[in-house]
Design a protein around this ligand. Structure first.
Ligand code: GYE
Length: 322
């Protein structure tokens, strides 16, 4: 009898301590987790969709989200991360605006025993123990896909192909890698010439402005490669403003495949889009829960992506989520 009672008490105590553990502040149970998320900004359609994905999936996962928008400034992101450390959040996730300069603040998070997950963009820190995992696209691969389309498109031509490039935010992983992947593929054939390359900061307004300048100083542009749809859409306005026909006089390749980009592709103004998915929220929340339960997570989680031609865009448009 006594044995049975003590066994019951023991079972009861175990259940109580498990429940306490689940509702404690240090993670484990979904509803107890607080995540601090530092977003890059609101520079593009991609970013807006990404923010919505993170916010919606935090809600669905029962994770309480502290969200801040850094307006494309690294100093704001560092401030946000420091404030999350001070507030003792359970986990920090962020999309680093540029690749360099994170070691100090990441070390502060590590010292405070707050795990960090990188989402969307990478950092160049040598010490990979400063973060638990990196979830996002393979931007080099995206650049290569853009280059491969171009090589195929001009395979029967021997004339020089004059390319202008609108780069993303200077120093950001997607700008660095999309440039490198593209250059590697087209570099195999000397007829491809990048005659101008400048940042448009991933925004429509800057894309338009820089394209206007490109058009003024280069009368003979065959192709525009823009590191995202928004800059491509801004450039379309510049091209039309200069009396040229986008998609015909100047072929345009972009990256992202947000709705407005896909519409321009279906309309024949853009020639080809390499997809980059912003819907990282659900995977991010899963990874956060695993990290806080001390489960093993892969060091790198790569998003699956495709590419779109004009015909494929026409078909995909109606079901596009973002
Ligand atoms: O392609 C661009 C956004 O980091 C993948 O940032 C992201 C990029 C995306 O501003 O539109």
């Amino acid at each position: 009898m006594l044995k049975r009672i003590s066994a019951l008490v023991l079972a009861g105590l175990t259940a109580m301590s498990m429940a306490a553990c689940g509702s404690g502040g240090s993670g484990g149970g979904g509803d107890s987790i607080t995540m601090g998320f530092s977003q890059v900004g609101a520079e593009s359609g991609w970013r807006t969709a990404n923010t919505k994905s993170v916010q919606d999936s935090a809600k669905n996962a029962g994770i309480s989200l502290k969200f801040s928008d850094a307006q494309q400034k690294q100093e704001n992101q560092i401030k946000a991360i420091r404030s999350y450390i001070q507030q003792k959040v359970d986990i920090i996730a962020f999309s680093p605006v540029v690749e360099s300069g994170w070691d100090t603040v990441l070390k502060e998070a590590k010292d405070a025993k707050i795990p960090v997950i990188l989402t969307d963009r990478a950092v160049d820190s040598k010490d990979t123990t400063l973060y638990k995992t990196f979830l996002g696209s393979d931007f080099i691969e995206e650049g290569k896909k853009a280059g491969q389309w171009l090589v195929e498109e001009y395979k029967s031509s021997t004339d020089p192909v004059n390319i202008v490039e609108l780069q993303g935010t200077t120093g950001s992983a997607p700008a660095n890698d999309r440039k490198a992947g593209f250059a590697e593929v087209i570099g195999a054939d000397t007829k491809f010439k990048i005659i101008a390359s400048q940042t448009g900061d991933f925004t429509r307004a800057k894309g338009k402005e820089v394209m206007e300048a490109f058009l003024k100083s280069n009368p003979d542009i065959d192709v525009l490669y823009a590191h995202n749809d928004d800059m491509g859409l801004g450039a379309i306005e510049a091209i039309e403003g200069a009396g040229k026909v986008p998609g015909k006089d100047i072929k345009i390749i972009t990256v992202d495949a947000v709705k407005d980009g896909m519409q321009a592709l279906a309309d024949g103004k853009i020639s080809y889009i390499v997809e980059c998915s912003p819907l990282l929220g659900p995977q991010l929340m899963d990874l956060a829960k695993k990290v806080l339960k001390n489960e093993q997570v892969p060091a790198r989680v790569v998003t699956e992506e495709t590419t779109f031609t004009q015909d494929q865009a026409k078909q995909a448009l109606s079901t596009r989520q973002y």
